[in-house]
Design a protein around this ligand. Structure first.
Ligand code: PMP
Length: 436
């Protein structure tokens, strides 16, 4: 029997022994002990509707039986080999992924996190082009290694200085347009920023542009429809390739398609994913075209990358997403969720913007004059938690609620999310400030 530690003692030990900068949500950090479907339970036995999908990792919901069975069988058979040996789930997964990814994406390399997936992507882009300059978006998040932190566009995470060779472009953030313009009259000024940055800061040539099809940590920033086509055309004109970071947006999350980038009708040379790919098991994945992958000629190895347990979990995820047509479900239920949230926007001036696609929906909270309201979001999250709902936080100012439940939920759960958020907003509105 494993002795259970009380939640109070766990919180005390967390405060004493874990790096103090490890961010946790809520005044009293949540101690989770169990999950099933879209429900999680804390150490005090309270249950919550998990509208953040374990930070978008439990794509199919907690403890999905298809994943559990496949993983159990694999654990009993073979846990680990390293990339030095060939294992069946990894190879089968690689072949399947070549089929379900856009364009000529073909060769896969597996690691343990989104950070490593992007590190690999940036490395192959530099090797392929023989150039250094990496373009990334302000507000973006790509990981916590030195290079991916440098590529990230949020000051709050940029510890330890930045590596050279990374340049940031204005984000396609229409609610707070960096150029003070309005779509479509803006003529996509933000995309044109790429050319200016390449010709000035980057010295006229570029290795890669890395971007999330919908920015995750940045607060589910949703670009105008033509943005990616235009910016990627500029990058290619200067010899660079496009890396789509699908860590949050892959596997049907954004509805209709398997990949977020498919909404924008652009085919990347390299794509990465992680998070929901193995429904909670650690995995990172980089896929590249034959040509780009061929530029990586030095021997490479990953001890746990491509391990048969995580890749078996990913195979189960892919099977379920396809068999249950979950991208279509995410689109349908996501639309209902956005409709419900837009109805709240009509009622409450604290809700400045509702955006996103599929089951990736952001709600930006503001005081009067569009002043970012991180204080209101903190209160909204606490009030929702008290009523049994977990949501996430994002945005440069920490004022964007991130709603990303498992993509298996139905309309009734979407209605429940809206119902609880409405009740929680009643608690928050007394703190709304009219004047900017
Ligand atoms: N890219 C994106 C878009 C992410 O959201 C994240 C994680 N928040 C990462 C990369 C890094 O993934 P990991 O935490 O697995 O290293």
């Amino acid at each position: 029997m494993i002795e259970r530690t009380s939640p109070e003692a766990l919180r005390e030990q967390h405060a004493a022994y874990v790096f103090a900068n490890v961010a946790t949500y809520y005044d009293e950090p949540l101690v989770l002990v169990r999950g099933e479907g879209a429900t999680v339970w804390d150490a005090d036995g309270r249950s919550y509707l998990d509208a953040f999908g374990g930070i978008l990792t439990v794509l199919l919901g907690h403890a999905h039986p298809a994943v559990t069975e496949r993983v159990k069988a694999q654990v009993e058979r073979l846990v680990h080999t390293s990339t030095l040996y060939v294992n069946e789930p990894m190879v089968t997964l690689s072949a399947r992924l070549a089929e379900v990814t856009p364009g000529a994406l073909k060769r896969s390399f597996f690691t343990n996190s989104g950070t490593e997936a992007n590190e690999t992507a940036l490395l192959v882009a530099r090797l392929y082009t023989g150039r250094e300059a990496v373009l990334a978006l302000r507000h973006s998040y790509h990981g916590r290694s030195a290079l991916t932190l440098s590529a990230g566009g949020q000051g709050a995470y940029k510890a330890g200085g930045s590596l050279p060779g990374v340049y940031h472009l204005a984000s396609p953030y229409c609610y707070r347009c960096p150029f003070g313009l309005t779509y479509p009259a803006c003529d996509l000024r933000c995309a044109k920023d790429a050319e200016e940055v390449i010709l000035t800061a980057a010295g006229g040539e570029v290795a890669a542009f890395i971007a999330e099809p919908f920015q995750g940590v940045g607060g589910f920033i949703t670009p105008p429809p033509e943005y990616f086509k235009e910016v990627v055309a500029i990058v290619r004109r200067y010899g660079g390739i496009f890396i789509a970071d699908e860590v949050q947006t892959g596997w049907g999350r954004t509805g209709r398609y398997l990949w977020g980038i498919e909404h924008w009708d652009v085919v990347p040379e390299v794509m990465t994913s992680a998070k929901g790919m193995a429904n909670g098991f650690p995995i990172g994945w980089t896929i590249a075209t034959e040509e780009v992958a061929a530029a990586f000629t030095k021997a490479t190895i990953s001890t746990f990358g491509g391990n048969p347990v995580s890749t078996a979990a990913a195979l189960a995820v892919l099977d379920v997403v396809k068999a249950e047509n979950l991208p279509e479900n995410a689109e349908r239920v996501g639309e209902a969720l956005q409709d419900g949230l837009r109805a709240l926007q009509d009622l409450y001036p604290a809700i400045g913007d509702v955006r996103g696609k599929g089951l990736m929906v952001g709600v930006e909270l503001v005081h009067g004059g569009k002043r970012p309201a991180p204080d209101l979001l903190r209160r909204w999250m606490e009030a929702a938690r008290k009523r049994g709902l977990l949501i996430g936080k994002g945005g440069l100012y920490g004022n964007v609620a991130r709603i990303a439940p498992p993509i298996t939920i139905g309309r009734s759960e979407a209605e429940e999310i809206v119902r609880i958020l409405k009740a929680a907003m009643e608690d928050v509105m007394p703190y709304w400030e009219r004047d900017a």
